[in-house]
Design a protein around this ligand. Structure first.
Ligand SMILES: NC(=O)C1=CN([C@@H]2O[C@H](COP(=O)(O)OP(=O)(O)OC[C@H]3O[C@@H](n4cnc5c(N)ncnc54)[C@H](OP(=O)(O)O)[C@@H]3O)[C@@H](O)[C@H]2O)C=CC1
Ligand SMILES: O=C(O)CCC(=O)C(=O)O
Ligand SMILES: [Mn+2]
Length: 403
């Protein structure tokens, strides 16, 4: 078979640990034999980020703005422990995801990948729940401070006009921790618009939740902007018979559990981060969730929602074959290839992405799956755990049969 040609490169962001291992396996087994892959490659592996003083992350984000589509491997965000593990690190670098999302702005849409033989642990969930996570700001762009003596902190804003606004944060009588976070009205507005548009595109209800009773100004602004923006979409919502529903985050959490699913849940950045892990795991596995960042200008970045699967990587380093689930990383690639195909009018590339996803489903339906899924399948369904390599080989077999 002649390889499928591409016209515009994808931005390829390589990453760390087990997902970096899977990344290469996926490319070698499922993409390079079939596609004349064109990528602009950025190595976001921790040590290369360190060598470039994290400039490679900024370059990769700027390349994504230029080329329009990126695919990203999971990356380590260093903490104190990682500084010990990697003594060559000159700084505790920020999260590359945080940096990229700040540059691209927009919303991260996360949807569970469902199969017929695995039922959600929440038995009334009948349809997938998509988390729409605001990608900009809040704690991901905040500054932190630790102080040791009694004293007080104030929050000061100085406008370009010279106007000053000052607020006492707290007076403390001993050691304390502090944090200042922000968001931009423009970003909140584009978050709202992308959520309403996504609800229309997928014909699903949209829920939105914050804690505006506590963060009256901060979260109140999110609520207000969503209400204002909804007026531009109300007619279309009514025409499609879908609804916009706002409620407090704690009420939303309870309602989500009691729901049937089949809607989009818009969440502030941190809520979306943690709720997407809960939702994906409740639907099956962390590795069964797609994730795409859609920025206001339509730029897209596809990734897995999970991390670098460190525990499996240590086993890999000890020479063991691991059974790490590559589904979310494969779907990051198919999402990006399909989008590139759509933008460049390459039907064959789009169809290839569809067929690769279908080959994954066929493999799972044949009972060939990674360890995380085997224990979850319905009673009576034959399923066996295989290594990541064996899973990818089986997917390749099914893919070849479909081409
Ligand atoms: N998008 C990104 O770039 C993200 C990066 N990170 C980074 O990843 C690193 C590890 O973070 P951690 O908190 O352990 O989170 P991970 O998501 O990497 O893994 C947590 C656990 O979830 C299970 N799991 C996750 N993905 C898979 C998979 N594909 N197949 C099978 N099981 C899976 C594993 O459970 P078990 O061990 O029981 O098999 C694993 O130990 C950190 O350095 C963090 O900074 C974290 C989140 C997102
Ligand atoms: O960037 C990080 O460190 C974490 C990212 C994350 O947890 C996510 O994207 O869900
Ligand atoms: Mn997360």
């Amino acid at each position: 078979m002649e390889k499928i040609k591409m016209t515009t490169p994808l931005v390829e962001m390589d990453g760390d640990e087990m997902t970096r291992v899977l990344w290469k396996m996926i490319k070698d087994e499922l993409i390079l034999p079939f596609v004349e892959l064109k990528t602009e490659y950025y190595d976001l592996g921790l040590l290369h980020r360190n060598e470039t003083k994290d400039q490679v992350t900024v370059e990769a984000a700027n390349a994504t703005r230029r080329l329009g589509v990126a695919v990203k491997c999971a990356t380590i965000t260093p903490n104190k422990q990682r500084m010990v593990e990697y003594p060559q690190l000159t700084e505790m670098w920020k999260s590359p995801n945080g940096t990229i999302r700040s540059i691209l702005d927009g919303t991260v849409f996360r949807t569970p990948i469902c199969i017929d033989t695995i039922h959600p642990v929440v038995k009334n969930w009948k349809k997938p729940i998509t988390i729409a996570r605001h990608a900009y700001g809040d704690v991901y762009k905040s500054v932190d401070l630790y102080t040791t003596e009694p004293g007080s902190a104030t929050l000061t804003f100085v406008g370009e006009s010279g106007e000053k606004k000052e607020l006492l944060v707290q007076k403390v009588d001993g050691p304390a921790v502090w944090q200042a976070a922000h968001n931009k009205e423009k970003s909140i507005r584009s978050f709202a618009r992308s959520c309403f548009q996504y609800a229309i595109d997928t014909k699903q209800d949209l829920w939105f939740s914050t804690k505006d009773t506590i963060a009256k100004i901060y979260d109140g602004e999110f609520k207000k902007v969503f209400e204002e923006e909804f007026e531009h979409y109300r007619a279309k919502f009514e025409e499609l018979g879908i609804t916009y529903f706002y409620t407090l985050i704690d009420d939303a959490v309870a309602r989500v559990i009691r729901s049937e699913g089949g809607f989009i849940w818009a969440c502030k950045n941190y809520d979306g981060d943690v709720m997407s892990d809960m939702v994906s795991t409740a639907f099956g596995s962390l590795a069964m969730m797609t994730s795409v960042l859609v920025s206001p200008d339509g730029t897209t970045e596809y990734e897995a929602a999970h991390g670098t699967v460190t525990k499996h990587y240590y086993r890999h380093l000890r020479g063991e074959e691991t059974s790490t689930n590559p589904m979310a990383t494969i779907f990051a690639w198919t999402g990006a290839l399909r989008k590139r195909g759509q933008l460049d009018g390459l039907t064959e590339l789009e169809q290839f992405a569809d067929k690769l996803e279908q080959a994954c489903f066929t493999t799972l339906n044949q009972g060939t799956m990674t360890k995380d899924l085997v224990g979850l399948v319905d009673e009576g369904v034959q399923a066996h755990a295989v290594t990541s390599a064996a899973f990818l080989a089986a997917v390749r077999g099914n893919l070849e049969a479909s081409l």
